[in-house]
Design a protein around this ligand. Structure first.
Ligand code: PMP
Length: 302
């Protein structure tokens, strides 16, 4: 059993007691939001950005959060502290999943059926138990035949507990012997991966799809822009078909768990000789430096 700390509505509970009622709307309807935060040197990376995004997701889902962001932040810090207090975990980096359900009550969609406030649960795990492949190895992904939801449907800008669409794309890729999948929109433009943002590099210029195409605004995606500014690498937010990725010099993906990961194969097409490209390496090196620096500087300016 992997070591874990679970907190429910502000209290750390033993795993055996960490149960949700069958009338919880996250279970019945996927009516929930979540964030995944990870630590560097035991400090949550960009916690404020994650809480901003949680609040933005709540707005998109017409969900009134009954806890303040201070309550969520305290719970995140609490599970991290408790996880690192487990035997042998003193220096472990921690993965924290914060899940907020609209609540539970009587069956049915109507908000009048709700009998509780928003319910919040945190799961803390050892980050290395969920680690992506090593940077040097990279990842093999495919372009899925499953399309990303239109922003006019369940808006991909909201990070909700409703990941079945992305999960199906992932499962197709796994069946094909690949690690993961990128989804196009109905127009055939690249959007994002099942749980990550996507970038390609051509002639030294970095490109990634724009937010208004219907994607999650990744916290790591924003960090990549900061890094490009720092390193004076040009970047563009543009719509593009998958062909641009197949013929790109480099492709990489980003996320809080995946960090910066080179794509070595896109379907059967080898990218960048199957190795991390030069720009990807530069960006990754700066990323590693940045997360280390931020963990050691108190109160990073937002
Ligand atoms: N897109 C989707 C659909 C995701 O689930 C994630 C992971 N949260 C991302 C992008 C990357 O976001 P972040 O960098 O904030 O982890």
């Amino acid at each position: 059993m992997q070591p874990s700390i679970i907190s429910m509505n502000g209290k750390i509970v033993p795993l055996e007691q960490a149960k949700v009622t069958v009338f919880d709307r996250s279970f019945l309807f996927g009516d929930s939001l979540y964030e995944v935060i990870r630590t560097y040197q035991g400090k949550p990376f960009r916690l404020e950005d994650h809480l901003d995004r949680l609040e933005a997701s709540a707005k998109l889902c017409a969900m009134s959060l009954h806890q303040s962001r201070e309550v969520y932040a305290a719970a995140v810090l609490d599970v991290i502290r408790s996880f690192r207090a487990l035997p042998g975990e003193g220096n472990s980096e921690v993965y924290v999943r914060l899940i907020v359900s609209r609540g539970s009550g009587k069956m049915g969609f109507g908000l009048k059926n709700l009998e509780t406030k928003t319910q919040y649960t945190l799961i803390a795990l050892r980050a290395s138990d969920l680690a992506p492949p090593p940077f040097k190895v990279g990842t093999k992904i495919q372009i899925s035949t499953i399309r990303r939801n239109a922003p006019e449907a369940l808006n991909p800008a909201a990070k909700t507990g409703n990941y079945l669409n992305s999960l199906l794309a992932y499962l197709d890729a796994a069946k094909a012997g690949l690690d993961d999948a990128i989804l196009l929109n109905a127009d055939g433009h690249v959007t994002e991966g099942s749980t990550f943002n996507v970038f390609y590099v051509n002639r030294g210029i970095v490109a990634t799809p724009p937010l208004d195409i219907g994607i999650l605004e990744g916290i790591t995606r924003k960090v990549i822009f900061e890094i490009c500014d720092d390193l004076q690498i040009q970047y563009r937010e543009v719509r593009f078909p998958p062909e641009y990725m197949y013929s790109a010099d480099e492709v990489f993906i980003t996320g809080s768990v995946k960090e910066v990961l080179p794509v070595t194969y896109l379907g059967t097409k080898k990218i960048s000789n199957g190795k991390p490209g030069k720009i990807t390496q530069k960006i990754h090196a700066r990323f590693v430096e940045k997360v280390r620096n931020e963990a050691t500087i108190e109160g990073r300016k937002r």
